[in-house]
Design a protein around this ligand. Structure first.
Ligand code: GNR
Ligand code: NI
Length: 171
């Protein structure tokens, strides 16, 4: 197992649009090890989700665990939202935008179609935090970050705050 480095805003690699995972690779040892490393990285951060894009792997999958006990690992490969309803506002954070939190409006309930880590096609109806997290991770796969929902002025303030945090961490 290994901790993977997480890319941080405004790294341009976070803007990459990820390509679908080849189903034939899912059962392979390399892909399964990458999933394990992503869970280890997510739990260590700690975070409730991690998209492959954040660890500089530009393929369409993510790992999620929104449980309190951290015992409900979920893998979503080639996810697609096939239905959505309602709206919810949640104060989001992101491991790629550390220390920044902001309200984002997203669908309240979604139906997501995906492939699991066994390579099986699945469909899941999700609401609440799980629905927020799936939508947040799917944005990463399209090169989108939660700060993109903020005004350009606020996003610039975020960029400056992160640059300052990094200067102080280095000093
Ligand atoms: O750990 C995370 N917490 C979180 C809180 C509210 C909304 C979304 C998230 S996802 C985030 C981990 C992360 O950056 N995933 O991409
Ligand atoms: Ni994120």
């Amino acid at each position: 197992m290994a901790l993977l480095p997480i890319l941080e805003f405004p790294d341009p690699r976070l803007r990459t649009k990820a390509v679908p995972v080849d189903a034939a690779q899912v059962p392979g040892a390399d892909f399964q090890r990458l999933l394990d490393d992503m869970f280890e990285t997510m739990y260590a951060a700690p975070g409730i989700g991690l998209a492959a894009s954040q660890v500089d792997v530009h393929r369409r999958f993510m790992v999620i665990d929104v449980s309190e006990e951290k015992n409900e690992p979920r893998v979503f490969i080639n996810p697609e939202i096939v239905d959505k309803a309602g709206e919810q506002v949640y104060q989001e954070g992101c491991l790629s935008v550390p220390g920044i939190f902001a309200d984002v409006t997203r669908a309240d309930e979604i139906t997501v179609r995906y492939v699991d880590r066994q390579g099986q096609a699945q469909e899941l109806r999700a609401d609440g935090l799980l629905a927020v997290c799936i939508q947040h991770e799917m944005d990463h796969l399209d090169g989108k970050l939660f700060v993109d929902y903020l005004s350009p002025l606020k996003r610039e303030m975020v960029r400056k705050k992160l640059a300052k945090q990094r200067r102080q961490a280095a000093a």
